[in-house]
Design a binder for this molecule. Structure first.
Ligand SMILES: O=C(O)/C=C/c1cccc(O)c1O
Ligand SMILES: [Fe+2]
Length: 315
């Protein structure tokens, strides 16, 4: 059987819909999205496996797993992203979970995962509809410390890749997140009592006003960051490009030495979203040799993101 696996790894930013980019940057980025869209539509997957973080919309500190697979999922629609149910093939999600657990990796399961912009933005950009294809969502904690060692993410990705390579269907793996960035997402270490309840998920459903205020804070921070007046950590283009080189090299083991504290120090509190890329590339590596077909990178302060995009095929 010929294995048919491909990967789209890309940064996301909810600011794509809420920030004004310089004309040349916007045109370049749209061209990058067009290239990715052509890649995805030419590949025409039967199934998508979607590695994504969450930003305290579906996963909270009452019980924060390192990673979790959804047997069913719903998008909450933050920042104007598409709300509604994803088309999750439950039997496939269960089979993947059983396979990964059998490999000795403690994947948790959700029978009704709530996902946010981090999970659905690539689907929206590629298909204009989060229900366009069957999707198995895999949450990877990338925002809420403490973090599992990066090696565990590699092993998770490899295990899922081994499973996918036994399937007689075309599978597109999507990795959504990263690279260096430090948006003002609430953090436990600096939270007041109200924010702490929100992070724990014990404050009840977030009101429309509170959500609008939370989002406006990030939108304002992005505007100030672009103007050079924001009090958030700068992007780290060198770190981003070094990481992309390691991922493209085919040998992911150097990433095992990345320490979460160092990642935060160099590349910001949300740099851990690169875990989704590591899982995706690891899945590709488990199915054989791969090569990066297309690679884009630009640090874009208006999006508070070292913004990267790669498409990856089997060799
Ligand atoms: O406000 C949030 O929940 C997240 C915002 C954000 C901003 C920039 C890049 C990202 O990856 C984000 O999730
Ligand atoms: Fe994010």
């Amino acid at each position: 059987m010929t294995v048919s696996l491909a990967l789209l790894a890309m940064s996301h930013s909810p600011l794509l819909e809420h920030a004004e980019l310089p004309g040349d940057v916007s045109a370049e980025l749209q061209a990058a999205f067009d290239t990715a869209r052509t890649f995805v539509h030419d590949f025409d997957p039967d199934i998508i496996v979607n590695f994504a973080p969450d930003h305290y919309n579906g996963f909270f500190y009452t019980l924060m797993p390192a990673f979790c697979i959804g047997y069913a999922a719903e998008s909450i629609g933050d920042y104007g992203s598409q709300a509604g149910r994803l088309d999750v093939p439950e039997d496939l999600a269960r089979s993947i979970a059983e396979h990964v657990l059998g490999d000795g990796i403690d994947l948790t399961v959700s029978l009704d995962m709530q996902v946010d912009h981090g999970a659905v933005q690539p689907m929206e950009l590629m298909y204009s509809d989060i229900g366009a294809k069957p999707v198995v969502p895999v949450f990877i904690n990338s925002v809420a410390p403490p973090f599992t060692p990066v090696q565990r993410i590699r092993l998770l990705g490899e295990s899922i890749g081994r499973y996918l390579s036994t399937m007689d269907q075309k599978v597109l793996v999507i990795s959504s997140g990263g690279l260096s960035h430090d948006p003002p997402v609430p953090r436990l270490a600096t939270a007041n009592s109200e924010q702490r309840k929100a992070l724990m998920g014990t404050g009840g459903p977030i009101s429309a006003e509170a959500r609008a205020a939370r989002q406006q804070r990030v939108i304002d921070a992005a505007r100030d960051f672009a103007a050079g007046t924001a009090d958030i950590q700068d992007l780290a283009p060198q770190w981003d490009q070094d990481l992309m080189r390691i991922l493209a090299s085919g040998d992911l083991t150097p990433l095992d030495d990345f320490s979460p504290d160092e990642m935060t120090r160099i590349a910001g509190n949300s740099s851990h979203e690169v875990r989704t890329w590591i899982a995706g590339y690891a899945a590709m590596s488990a199915a054989g040799d791969y090569e990066v077909e297309y690679s884009y990178y630009r640090p874009i302060r208006e999006l508070i993101a070292g913004f990267g995009m790669t498409t990856v095929v089997q060799r």
